[in-house]
Write a protein that binds this ligand. Structure first.
Ligand code: NAP
Length: 443
């Protein structure tokens, strides 16, 4: 190969444009670091009417992916279109043509990673994806390379900036969910269809990828128990503050101990949780992301920064390009197993059923202020072995017909028993609205 790394971009939106800007503005330093210039041969987009003159030269622009995928001169395909298709077919096609790929597509890698990484290994090429999880935070490299000598016991992260922005606005400004969501959309953090951000789907894709690397396990998104933030209210944020806590959407992966020192099942969950205001994750506000890793030998390690946005995400894409380029120049593609271990060494690990999880809970029961209701609730909690640590009942505003809130913080209880408690309490007379259960985590 001559000493030029030739790149084709599929997608020129937020991240694609940022990638082209960095490649243009940092060309000299990138060439020094890589030992060869990076040449962008083609940039493929869909909409012919969008202006892109500031970053794409007219002869670079194409609307036909074949101009990248069918070009034998292209060494690295950068997939920045997103979604499962046509991005998935493009990545397959590139890998089968012995081209390395850089992508930011967590959805594709969480759903089809095993097939795609297998293809990369079979063809002796790289499939790099630092930008796919937590945008600009180099968490993939840390898990893949820096922690090669350690065992990850647990990781816990705030990995979706949109939901974190919404929760921060609800917590700090007392906004209702729908108002905070509208603000996130106005600020450009949430998509027109924000479902995957707020229902925990995006975070579960990222956790699937992170946990695969952290635990060397073969995982799919359905291994993660998922709950979103759509049902949270400003009232729960206010209550959380009364207990010295904030509400965060946490992605948690833990390796549970098994028998005789053997690894037990994995505990993989995405859900809102009340965490102490003193926790390092509590101050991760707005669109910031963070991942807290607990290594057996390293101990705790916190990585935080911007998990999205053109520049932080494109920075990760270009760093991947440099790494993949170095591998091409030294004929070392595939030298570093992309998921910390090769596909053949990914272990099958059992995953703990969500109902088996044991932890503490915040429970809120909106009740009618009548005698006996509280006693019946306490009876149900006792019947399902849910130990009460703290209980408070709001005083009623004189003359108000509004429900009164009863809040319980529990000691450790089984998730399955909490679910049974909630459905049983819902059937009691004097319950004004469905009860709310949110996990407590010490994070
Ligand atoms: N945005 C972020 O902050 C961020 C952070 C981390 C990861 N990511 C990931 O990065 C990837 C790209 O995200 P983005 O925000 O840059 O998306 P985006 O702004 O919507 O850009 C997507 C690009 O792909 C092009 N495209 C889509 N379908 C196409 C098709 N069928 N043929 C040709 N071009 C097509 C679009 O063309 P047009 O320009 O013509 O519409 C656009 O240029 C996604 O996987 C996303 O999950 C994004």
């Amino acid at each position: 190969m001559d000493r030029v790394i030739r790149v084709g971009l599929l997608g020129c939106g937020v991240v694609g444009t940022g990638t082209l800007q960095i490649l243009r503005d940092n060309a000299a330093s990138l060439t020094r670091r890589l030992g060869a210039p990076i040449e962008v041969r083609k940039v493929v987009a869909k909409d012919r009417d969008k202006p892109r003159h500031d970053v794409v030269r007219p002869e670079q622009l194409s609307f036909d992916p074949e101009d990248v995928l069918g070009d034998p001169e292209v060494d690295i395909v950068v997939e920045l279109a997103g979604g499962l298709e046509p991005a998935g077919s493009w990545v397959r096609r590139a890998l089968k043509a012995d081209k390395s790929v850089v992508t930011a597509n967590k959805f594709l890698l969480a759903e089809h990673g095993h097939e795609l990484f297998g293809l990369a290994e079979d063809h002796g090429v790289d499939l790099y994806f630092e930008a796919a999880v937590c945008g600009g935070i180099p968490v993939i490299r840390v898990l893949r390379e820096a922690l090669a000598s350690d065992s990850v016991l647990a990781l816990r992260g705030i990995v979706n900036g949109t939901s974190n922005f919404i929760l921060t606005r609800m917590q700090q400004d007392g906004l209702d969910y729908s108002v905070a969501l509208a603000q996130a959309q106005e600020a450009g953090y949430a998509e027109a269809d924000p479902s995957l951000d707020v229902n925990g789907g995006d975070a579960s894709h990222k956790l699937t990828i992170l946990a695969t690397l952290a635990f060397g396990a073969k995982l799919v998104p359905s291994d993660v128990a998922v709950e979103g933030i759509e049902h949270l209210t400003a009232l729960d944020m206010k209550m959380a503050a009364r207990f010295g806590r904030v509400v965060k959407l946490l992605a948690t992966g833990r390796s549970l101990p098994g028998w005789d020192g053997a690894p037990g099942p994995l505990d993989l969950r995405v859900h809102p949780a009340l965490i102490p205001t003193t926790s390092p994750l509590a101050s991760v506000s707005g669109a910031l992301n963070a991942v807290h890793i607990e290594g057996e030998r390293l101990g705790p390690c916190l990585l935080t920064g911007y998990g999205a946005g053109a520049m932080p995400t494109a920075m990760s894409v270009v760093s991947d390009l440099v790494d993949v380029g170095r591998n091409l120049l030294t004929h070392a593609s595939g030298r570093v197993p992309q998921r910390a271990v090769s596909s053949a060494h990914l272990a099958r690990r059992a995953v703990q059923a969500p109902t088996a999880h044991v932890g503490r809970y915040y429970l809120r029961f909106p009740i009618l202020d009548r005698p006996g209701v509280l006693a019946r609730i306490v009876g149900v909690l006792g019947a399902f072995d849910v130990p009460i640590e703290h209980m408070l009942q709001e005083s009623r505003t004189p003359g108000s017909k509004e429900p009164v809130q009863v809040v319980v913080l529990t000691h450790a209880a089984r998730d399955g028993n909490i679910r049974s408690t909630i459905s049983e309490v819902q059937r009691l007379s004097g319950i004004a609205a469905p009860p709310v259960a949110i996990r407590l985590e010490e994070a």
